[in-house]
Structure formats: structure tokens, C-alpha cells
Write a protein that binds this ligand. Structure first.
Ligand code: CA
Length: 298
């Protein structure tokens, strides 16, 4: 079983990604939480509840950063609702998070499992902080698979995608390390939507499936308003799907990304540059993604 650590700002699509990891047989060593889609205390609560829902109260959860590295004006993302899960209700877990802070836990898990893959579903605040505290992480982490960035079109500003926009300094900090890096940007995700009609078929007759459908209700309304179609969009699950099966990437390029850190209208944009620093997924294989989503509902 492939070992992974998940770092998440658990909103709607993070919840689906976490369930996807577990249901497709990844060995989830632990989950670290970070502010992003919602505030870190709520994020932690959401992760505990999602794990409880799928009967995995054994996976330890570690709370991480409350704020981005540099104070940054970020509008709250209405799409994720008051509780970060589109206000979908889910039973409270009977346990709390572990007392170890996320960056420390990241180091300890990587030390015990050198070569481990870290899948990041939120801003990179915890990861940057952990590497800053424990530079050995540069050789202990085998790969980071990160949902973040936009090549041509953002989802927060015209140019910037939410995760990297929320903490661009942390993203740049991670880019500047030697850890092998796979970026799953917003652009191919927006082309990999599943129409409501098809989603209904995929999730039919399953408790997890029904939960996925309820979670996707708000994003589908958002998609309808902005793109004129009721369709579900899966940013974090696509990154997780790639951790499960590389076939999910139909096309990827080798290149570099640099974060715009200046306080101008481009702040938080990820600028594509020539180089060999990272692999960037540019096209998704829809059938492979759907196969893993179907497994998630079983
Ligand atoms: Ca997320």
C-alpha cells in the first residue's frame, strides 16, 4: 500500500479527496490541517467528522497553521458555506485531534517513513513551516503532489488560484526546495467536470455517494451561475486521484512555476516559467478519474 500524508484545509472537495484516498486503498499515515477554505479549528473538526463517517477514527489528525505566512487579504470562500462543508451536516466524532502540532507531526511521520508522498489540498503554510523547522524533510519526503496554481485562468482573481493565492510565500518556499513536486493546477480541473446527471448515476445507492452529492450541491449551483451548467468540479480529488493512479494525468509538462509576491493585481498568481523544477498536470483522463470516484462510493 502506498503511504501518504494528507495536508488539508478541509472544505467540500477535500472531504471527497480524503474519502477517495481511504476507499482506494492508500495507507494514510496521518492528516495535518491548515487554514484556507475555512479556519483551521473548523478544518480540524471537519476532518475528524469525515474520518468518523467512513469508520476511520484510527487515522490521526494534527492541527496546523492558523494564518498564512504573511498577512494577506483573502475573501472568505462562500462556496464552502459556514462550516466549510457547504453546510452539509455530518455526525461529530467522539475523539479530538492529536496534541502534536502539524509541522512536527509531518516531520515525525516522514522520519519514520522516508520517501513518503505528501498530498497537499490547501495552502502550503504547514509544509513550508515544517521544512523550515526540519530541513531534513527535503530528503525525507519522496514527492509532494499539490493541488494549486493556475496556468491561464485563476479562480480567486483573474490570474490566481485559491490555495497558492492564500499563502504565496509558502508556495514559493516549497518551490525553492529540492523535493520532487507534482502540481495539479486549476485549469485542467475546470475541464474535468462531471455533469449532474452523470454524477447522480455514479453515486446512486451509496451512503458515501449521497454525502458526495450533498457536498457538491453548492459547487454545482456555483458552476451553473458562472459557467451555465450544473456540473460538479473536483480540484482536490483530482490531486488525490493522481496519488492513487498516475493514469489520471493524460498530459503533463515539465517546467517551473514562480509565485508573484509583490502587492499588485497579480499577487498570488503562479507564473509558468521554463525549467525542470516540477511536473505540472495539464490534462486529466476523465475515465480513470471516474473509476476512482466510483470506488470511493463503494
Ligand atoms: Ca482544499
Amino acid at each position: 500500500m502506498k503511504k501518504i500524508i494528507i495536508d488539508t484545509d478541509c472544505g467540500i472537495d477535500d472531504a471527497i479527496a480524503i474519502m477517495m484516498a481511504v476507499k482506494n486503498g492508500l495507507d494514510v499515515l496521518g492528516i495535518t490541517t491548515v487554514s484556507g477554505n475555512t479556519e483551521v479549528n473548523q478544518v480540524t473538526e471537519n476532518v475528524l467528522r469525515v474520518l468518523h463517517f467512513i469508520g476511520r477514527d484510527d487515522i490521526l489528525v494534527y492541527k496546523g497553521a492558523h494564518k498564512p505566512t504573511v498577512k494577506n487579504r483573502v475573501e472568505s470562500v462562500k462556496i464552502h458555506g459556514k462550516n466549510g462543508l457547504g453546510d452539509v451536516k455530518i455526525e461529530k466524532a467522539k475523539r479530538r485531534e492529536d496534541k502534536t502540532p502539524a509541522p512536527v507531526a509531518l516531520f515525525e511521520m516522514a522520519k519514520e517513513n522516508p520517501g513518503v508522498t505528501v498530498v497537499t489540498l490547501g495552502p502550503l503554510t504547514n509544509i513550508a513551516m515544517a521544512i523550515n523547522l526540519y530541513p531534513e524533510l527535503e530528503t525525507l519526503i519522496g514527492r509532494i503532489i499539490s493541488m494549486g496554481g493556475a496556468l491561464y485562468q485563476g479562480n480567486v482573481t483573474r490570474f490566481a488560484e485559491f490555495n497558492f493565492f492564500f499563502d504565496p510565500e509558502a508556495a514559493q518556499f516549497v518551490f525553492d526546495t529540492k523535493i520532487p513536486l507534482t502540481i495539479v493546477p486549476w485549469d485542467p480541473i475546470l475541464k474535468n467536470v462531471i455533469l449532474e446527471k452523470e454524477l447522480l448515476n455514479i453515486v446512486k445507492g451509496s451512503k458515501v455517494g449521497e454525502f458526495i452529492l450533498n457536498l457538491e450541491e453548492t459547487p454545482m449551483t456555483f458552476m451553473e451561475q458562472f459557467y451555465g451548467m450544473r456540473a460538479a468540479v473536483f480540484p482536490d480529488p483530482v490531486a488525490m486521484a493522481y496519488a492513487i493512479s498516475e493514469k489520471v494525468a493524460k498530459h503533463k509538462i515539465i517546467g517551473n512555476m514562480e509565485m508573484e509576491l509583490n502587492k499588485n493585481s497579480l499577487r498570488g498568481a503562479s507564473i509558468l516559467k521554463e525549467g525542470e523544477r516540477m511536473e505540472i498536470i495539464t490534462e486529466i483522463e476523465p475515465e480513470e478519474f471516474k473509476r476512482l470516484l466510483v470506488n470511493t462510493t463503494r
